[in-house]
Design a protein around this ligand. Structure first.
Ligand code: KG4
Ligand code: ZN
Length: 345
C-alpha cells in the first residue's frame, strides 16, 4: 500500500511517499527557517503563504524521486492537528484535492502521534505497548502508546513546551532562531555545572487521568524566567556573561528534568520499552543522557534517527498507514484543529 503523506503544521513543508507503513520511498522537507529568521520566530501568515507556494512542487518531486506513478498512490495522509491553523489548512486542502481527484481515501493524522511513529522507521524491534516522551516546540508530553492508534497522555507541560524554552533562551543569549540546535552546539563549549538553575515542583495526583492534573506533569516557565532574569540582571550591571556556560547549564537542567521524569514514569508504570520523539529529541545531551540512564536501569531505549526528529512527512505516512488499517478514514469535511493533544482513550 502506497501513501502520499503531507505535513504543514508549522514552518516545514514536507511530502513523503511511504510503502506499507515501513519503507520510505521518498521524503522531502522544505524548511522555511530563512523566511522566519529575521523575525526571531515563526510568523504564521508567512508560513501559510510559503506552504502554498511550495506544496505542489514538493509533491511532484516526492512522486518523481520515489519512482512511482501518481496512479500507484492508494491513500493520502495529512497532518490535521495540532499546529498553526492557517498552515495546517494548506496541507489539508491540498490533500483533499488530491484524494478527491484520484478517488482515494483521505487519512487524518495527528502531529504528535506521527512524531511517535518516527520511531518505527528502521526499527523493527519497536511495537506497542511502549512509553514515549514527545518533546517539541509545542509539546512536552509522556504518552502511553497502547497500540498503534491508541494513546494515553500520562504527563504534559503545565506551561511552556521545552522546545519553546530552548528557543527563548537562545534568543536572550543572542544565538538567533531556531534556538534549540544552537544551544546544543554552544553547550559543547561550556561547563554544564557552572550555574545551578531550578528544577520545578509540580503538585498533582499520581494516578490522575485528567490532563493537567498529573503529578508527573512538567513545568518549564520557572526555568525559562530564571535564565532570562539572570542574563538581564548581569547585562544591566554590565557584568560580562559566558554564553556557553549559561547555555550548557540551562541545557543540562532541562535534560535532567526530562530524563528523570521519563525514567520515573517508566518504572512506576512498568514499561520496558521507552522512546523519545519530536524536534528536541535531536538534542545530543538528551540522547546521550537517556542512553546512559537506560543502560544503567536496563530499559530498552528507542530514538529516531536525527532526520526523523524534526517535522517531516515520512512519519505522517507511517502513522497514516496504521490509521488506515485500523479503519480510520477521514471525510472530505476534515478541518484543522489547533488544540493540544490529549490522547484518545
Ligand atoms: O517537532 P519540531 O520540529 O516542531 C514542532 O512540532 O514544534 O520541534 C521544533 C523544536 C524547536 O523548539 C527547536 O528549537 C527544537 O525542536 N530543537 C532542538 C534541537 N533541534 C530542534 N532543541 C534542542 N536541541 C536540538 N538539537
Ligand atoms: Zn513537530
Amino acid at each position: 500500500m502506497i501513501i502520499l503523506a503531507i505535513e504543514t503544521s508549522c514552518d516545514e513543508t514536507a511530502v513523503a511517499i511511504v510503502k506499507n507503513g515501513k519503507k520510505i520511498l521518498s521524503s522531502i522537507v522544505y524548511s522555511q527557517v530563512q523566511e522566519h529568521e529575521i523575525f526571531g520566530g515563526v510568523v504564521p501568515e508567512i508560513a501559510s503563504r510559503k506552504h502554498i507556494e511550495s506544496i505542489s512542487q514538493l509533491s511532484y518531486e516526492a512522486i518523481k524521486f520515489s519512482a512511482i506513478d501518481i496512479k500507484d498512490i492508494d491513500a493520502i495522509a495529512v497532518t490535521y492537528s495540532p499546529g498553526l491553523v492557517g498552515s495546517l489548512l494548506v496541507g489539508i486542502n491540498f490533500a483533499k484535492g488530491l484524494a478527491y481527484s484520484l478517488g482515494k481515501p483521505l487519512i487524518a493524522v495527528n502531529h504528535i502521534t506521527s512524531h511517535i511513529a518516527a520511531n518505527y522507521i528502521d526499527n523493527e524491534s519497536l511495537k506497542p505497548p511502549f512509553i514515549c516522551m514527545v518533546v517539541s516546540g509545542g509539546h512536552t508530553q509522556i504518552i502511553e502508546v497502547l497500540d498503534y492508534v491508541k494513546f494515553k497522555v500520562i504527563a504534559t507541560t503545565r506551561d511552556d513546551a521545552v522546545g519553546e524554552v530552548f528557543d527563548k533562551v537562545a534568543r536572550i543569549l543572542g544565538l538567533g532562531y531556531p534556538g534549540g540546535v544552537k544551544i546544543d552546539t554552544v553547550s559543547k563549549l561550556g561547563d554544564p555545572l557552572s550555574y545551578a538553575f531550578p528544577h520545578p515542583k509540580v503538585n498533582g495526583l499520581k494516578n490522575s487521568t485528567v490532563v493537567g492534573e498529573s503529578l508527573y506533569d512538567f513545568s518549564f516557565s520557572g526555568l525559562k524566567t530564571t535564565v532570562v532574569n539572570f542574563v538581564n540582571q548581569k547585562r544591566m550591571k554590565n557584568i560580562e556573561i559566558d554564553i556557553n556556560n549559561i547555555a550548557a547549564s540551562f541545557q543540562k537542567t532541562a535534560v535532567d528534568i526530562l530524563c528523570n521524569r521519563l525514567i520515573e514514569v517508566a518504572k512506576n508504570l512498568n514499561y520496558q520499552h521507552l522512546a523519545i520523539a519530536g524536534g528536541v529529541s535531536a538534542n545530543s545531551l538528551l540522547r546521550d543522557t537517556l542512553t546512559q540512564m537506560c543502560e544503567k536501569e536496563n530499559f530498552n531505549l528507542h530514538i529516531p534517527q536525527l532526520k526523523w526528529c524534526g517535522d517531516n512527512a515520512a512519519m505522517v505516512g507511517i502513522q497514516g498507514y496504521y490509521e488506515y488499517i485500523c479503519g480510520n478514514i477521514s471525510s472530505l469535511t476534515l478541518n484543522a484543529e489547533a488544540k493540544n493533544f490529549t490522547g484518545n482513550i
